[in-house]
Design a protein around this ligand. Structure first.
Ligand SMILES: Nc1ncnc2c1ncn2[C@@H]1O[C@H](COP(=O)(O)OP(=O)(O)OP(=O)(O)O)[C@@H](O)[C@H]1O
Length: 457
């Protein structure tokens, strides 16, 4: 049963040691979140740092006034509040996605500026039901074996550094509005939530129509079942990666040939998809059907194929994955903290001066020593050729240096691997494979999840 009264015990499962940012739009759900959270913290941990943040996207005439209303409410309740304005360029297509991207970026910046490691949003059971029903309409279920039907995760790691928790996912919007009415607190209605030109408002209206409670309940139950399946699949994929994968050189992953015949085909396909996306630097997992076909062919080595910008080279010595050399980024100025080729984070630290980042290239890779563990040297060199290196701009001689030698200026630690499909958003469902792949490729450790009972495994 979904809660008709907000279930406050969910707040007790969250670790507030490093404070919290409450993302408050001024709508009913996030305003109720703020009041419930403040109440919980006042009772259990009054010294907790709490900051309410409103993003003014500047997309509607009333947005600044809505932010001011949240600021007033916060002032009345003794809650610190900041309004951040999205001042960047607004794209003409994909506006909702760009606004969401900017919103999370600004929320994360506000949290980090205060040393806070957690953001809370007011997503509700109604939002969850809408998400799941939209995905079902789009056929996610059949294509993804329920992966997408898990809906929104109770927690998502943003940018591999800050957790976003959604404590109200089990609570109905109506219950939250009752809380506000009882407290005599108003809220803003966002007209885009009613605009049936968009898919979500259409589904929202359909849910509000009739049998509302049962349909929402069914959709949330479906999401809960799919979430359990997805987590279990992730644990099995992680176990396969731990058992069969190694990294003999930067940018090169070796799978023991037994991987393809280990017996748990769905887990092997999932592991393969995550590894392919990671090696290729893709934000999305490759197509499931194509990955299944690839796994099939891995059983009959030798062969070589490319999927998700990753060369899969199956030999007697093992199955080797490396970034294809096609379409690597050309030499460009290195920007601290930027993502290079979707798979490496640039960490310049104190290094100053104009630096270029470029692939090492085949000519320079050919001169390097190779692994001594029996890995074919040609594969090590091919992988290293696609690895990024930094140069002083004035000293870089281009992709093929010729007889004159140039040399990279920084240790390789200045360019850090990332688990590409989860680098931006890591839903807590996928913690196990993400943590395992991070350990495999030497990506930074995952920060501890905010809910008790979760481990990165
Ligand atoms: N402009 C914003 N400023 C701060 N947080 C926001 C903003 N827009 C959305 N959020 C956060 O994301 C959550 C989900 O966003 P969504 O757009 O579904 O909600 P909403 O309809 O704008 O507002 P609410 O959830 O408060 O009713 C919100 O509950 C809130 O925590």
């Amino acid at each position: 049963m979904l809660e008709t009264e907000p279930d406050l015990s969910v707040f007790s499962q969250i670790d507030f040691t490093n404070g919290a940012v409450a993302a408050v739009s001024g709508g009913s759900d996030s305003t109720a979140l703020l009041l419930l959270l403040k109440d919980h913290l006042d009772r259990t941990a009054p010294a907790t740092k709490l900051l309410a943040v409103t993003i003014d996207h500047g997309l509607r005439p009333g947005s600044a006034a809505e932010a001011q209303a949240v600021a007033r409410l916060c002032a009345e309740r003794g809650i610190a509040h900041r309004t951040l304005v999205w001042s960047g360029r607004k794209p003409s297509t994909g506006l909702p996605a760009a606004a969401r991207e900017a919103r999370y970026r600004l929320l994360a910046e506000a949290a980090q500026a205060e040393g806070i490691g957690l953001i809370l949003t007011g997503h509700t059971a109604d939002d969850q039901a809408e998400t799941v029903l939209m995905r079902r309409v789009r056929g996610y279920g059949a294509r993804e074996e329920g992966r997408g039907l898990a809906g929104m995760a109770p927690a998502t790691l943003y940018d591999w550094r800050i957790w976003i928790a959604r404590p109200l996912l089990g609570t109905r919007r109506a219950a939250l509005r009752d809380v506000l009415r009882r407290a005599n607190v108003g809220w803003a209605e966002d007209p885009t939530n009613e605009d049936e030109a968009f898919e979500r408002p259409r589904i929202r209206a359909a849910l509000a129509d009739s049998n509302n409670a049962q349909r929402v309940e069914d959709a949330v139950a479906l999401a809960a079942r799919a979430a359990v399946e997805r987590e279990q699949l992730g644990h099995r994929a992680a176990a396969l990666i731990r058992g069969f994968a190694s990294s003999p050189a930067d940018g090169l992953i070796r799978l023991d040939p037994g991987f393809a015949t280990a017996g748990d085909e769905p887990a092997a396909v999932y592991a393969l998809r995550i590894l392919l996306a990671t090696v290729g630097g893709a934000a999305f997992l490759p197509d499931k059907a194509r990955s299944e076909a690839l796994l099939d062919r891995l059983r009959a080595a030798p062969f070589c194929a490319t999927l998700s910008r990753t060369v899969v080279d199956a030999r007697r010595a093992g199955i080797f994955l490396r970034r294809e050399t096609r379409n690597l980024p050309p030499a460009a100025p290195a920007v601290d903290n930027a993502l290079w080729d979707g798979r490496r984070r640039i960490k310049l630290g104190d290094e100053s001066g104009a630096l270029l980042i470029a692939p090492l290239g085949a000519a320079r890779a050919a001169k390097l020593a190779t692994a001594e563990d029996g890995t074919p040297p040609s594969l090590v060199r091919a992988a290293l050729a696609a690895e990024p290196v930094l140069w002083r701009a004035s000293e870089y001689l281009g992709e093929c240096p010729g007889p004159a030698q140039d040399s990279p200026v920084l240790p390789r630690t200045a360019v850090c691997p990332v688990v590409a499909p989860f680098a931006r958003f890591l839903p807590s469902f996928d913690l196990a494979p993400a943590g395992t792949v991070a350990a495999l490729i030497g990506a930074p450790l995952l920060p501890a999840p905010p809910f008790s009972g979760h481990t990165a495994g």
